[in-house]
Design a protein around this ligand. Structure first.
Ligand code: SF4
Ligand code: SF4
Length: 64
């Protein structure tokens, strides 16, 4: 499983990118995206997805 960013809600503040322990978040074509191959949902590293914790706009949720 992985988290994903809803581009409609994301303000491209960049706060999530540096919080990711898996380096799964990057800017691509003007929007932030999460690489589902790299995202571990922070399992074993933190109690909750760190990107979701820091996102001020609630743009991050579990990928469908
Ligand atoms: S859930 Fe964790 S591993 Fe996945 S993108 Fe967010 S910070 Fe990175
Ligand atoms: S923290 Fe939230 S609003 Fe900021 S870039 Fe990441 S997903 Fe977008």
């Amino acid at each position: 499983m992985a988290m994903s960013i809803n581009a409609d809600d994301c303000t491209t503040c960049g706060a999530c990118e540096c919080e990711c322990p898996s380096k799964a978040i990057r800017m691509k074509g003007g929007v932030y995206v999460i690489d589902p191959q790299k995202c571990t949902e922070c399992e074993g590293v933190a109690a909750a997805p760190q990107c979701d914790d820091v996102c001020p706009s609630g743009a991050i949720a579990k990928a469908a």
